[in-house]
Ligand binder design. Structure first.
Ligand SMILES: [Zn+2]
Length: 101
């Protein structure tokens, strides 16, 4: 039967999540992981999780209020022009409002 647990899982997981893997980890543990499928999977998965955590925790870039106001005004003008053009097109197609029937 294939083993599903390894006694070093928690040490490997801690090393990866604390960004100590593999440079600042005990050499014996690194050697063990090279030959252990379970710990190898932990390194792969925990590494991906730690990488995505770093991306999520990066500081967000918030635009200044003047730019937000300018973009909102521009969007409002474009939407108003689109609505006005839509009703003009409807009048051109059916000037009496009677439909085709
Ligand atoms: Zn192991």
């Amino acid at each position: 039967m294939t083993p599903v647990e390894c006694e070093f899982e928690s040490e490997v997981l801690a090393a990866v999540l604390e960004s100590r893997w593999p440079a600042r980890t005990d050499a014996a543990l690194v050697t063990h992981v090279a030959g252990c499928a379970i710990c190898g999977d932990i390194v792969t998965i925990a590494g991906a999780i730690a990488g995505s955590r770093d991306q999520v925790s990066s500081p967000a870039v918030i635009p200044d209020s003047g730019r937000v106001w300018w973009v909102a005004q521009r969007r409002a003008r474009l939407e108003a022009a689109e609505i006005a053009a839509r009703s003009i097109c409807a009048q051109v197609r059916d000037p009496n409002g009677m439909g085709k029937g």
